[in-house]
Design a protein around this ligand. Structure first.
Ligand code: SIN
Ligand code: CO
Length: 348
């Protein structure tokens, strides 16, 4: 998409990105290509990692930039034509001329938006997915580019999951990857089973009053197998289990994400006054989804009355809200609870 975001020049500078990459609670990677060999260093990165770099090809990639920059959240909100439930994160990379991370596949839908500089993108629908052995990254061994373009600032390339691609910086270059989760069936099924483990309530206990003497006591008998089979058929889930599972699974923060309650929380009345004047905003790390009278916020479920639901749906959709006077105490209490958990803040 040429000129998908006219005048887009990026949200942060190279140095700001490098400073972010060195933060303790940031997931980042530094990938260096030296004499045809790939090296990768995972966060925590340090400033020395960057001063030590010679002018060889390298790339720094920072995940979840939307957790740190309000402008990154605004950028992601431009992608609201895809439901929030599918959103993964905004990853930002910087590479000097010649830098890149090699040809590879990703397992999500991604919009690759060009910030400063330009990048040559080569893509291929190839099925050959053999990787270079012994490389610390999954780099395709036999990449056969079929099409290529040079993207300038504001241009954007969309790639579906598992579409081979290779991006090479033509000059100092920053790329903004807006990624959308596309979990494998294996992942969805195993995560549902994790959810069910905590939510299933089965009655009864294994008994075998009809037990027969076995010639081989070590044998798991057919009778035992059949009995276990009929017990296990009791694992069932309904629409509400699926909805709750999806809500928890898709709003669950990543393992390195933590919420900090406000250091000096405002009293309820003060919070409400300011929320009416200035408005509230979800904390940048908060994931909030809605569905059927419920909200899923950072892996927790909250059931809401019709009135509360209608009011807070706006917050879930837009991430900010100016409170009206008459939203009712139930809604006020819920918002205050989220405020004291660090899930939302007064807008600055
Ligand atoms: C990059 O930004 O350097 C790479 C992004 C990607 O290939 O997914
Ligand atoms: Co990629």
């Amino acid at each position: 998409m040429r000129n998908a975001l006219p005048n887009f020049n990026g949200l942060l500078t190279r140095d700001e990105l490098i400073a972010l990459a060195c933060h303790d609670d940031v997931e980042s990677r530094l990938i260096v290509q030296k004499s045809g060999k790939w090296q990768i260093k995972h966060s925590p990165l340090t400033e020395q990692d960057f001063t030590r770099l010679t002018k060889k090809q390298w790339t720094v990639l920072v995940q979840d930039v939307n957790h740190f920059l309000p402008s990154a959240r605004d950028l992601l909100l431009k992608f609201r034509f895809i439901p929030h439930a599918r959103l993964d994160d905004l990853m930002v990379s910087f590479a000097p001329q010649g830098g890149g991370i090699g040809p590879h596949f990703d397992s999500y839908d991604v919009f690759l938006l060009q910030g400063i500089g330009s990048r040559r993108w080569q893509i291929s629908a190839q099925q050959d997915d053999q990787f270079i052995e012994d490389a610390p990254l999954r780099i395709l061994k036999n990449f056969q580019p079929e099409q290529e373009w040079i993207l300038q600032s504001g241009d954007m390339l969309y790639l579906p999951p598992h579409y081979a691609h290779n991006g090479i910086a033509e000059e100092d270059c920053m790329t903004y990857s807006i990624g959308f989760r596309a979990p494998s069936h294996q992942e969805l099924i195993s995560q549902l089973l994790v959810y069910m483990q905590d939510h299933i309530e089965a009655e009864g206990r294994y008994v075998d009053p009809d037990l027969q003497l076995q010639r081989h006591p070590s044998k798991i008998s057919i009778a035992m197998r059949a009995k276990a089979n009929s017990i296990l058929k009791g694992i069932k889930w309904n629409q509400s289990d699926i909805e709750n599972f999806l809500g928890i699974y898709l709003s669950e923060p990543k393992p390195h994400v933590f919420f900090e309650p406000p250091q000096k929380p405002l009293a309820l009345s003060n919070f409400l006054n300011r929320a009416r004047k200035q408005g509230i905003a979800l904390n940048l790390k908060t994931r909030m989804l809605s569905g059927n009278g419920k909200f899923f916020i950072n892996g927790e479920i909250f059931t809401a009355s019709n009135t509360t639901y209608r009011i807070l749906e706006k917050l879930a959709d837009q991430h900010t809200l100016i409170l009206d006077r008459d939203i009712g105490t139930a809604t006020e209490d819920l918002l205050y609870q989220w405020y004291t958990s660090g899930y939302l803040e007064i807008k600055s």
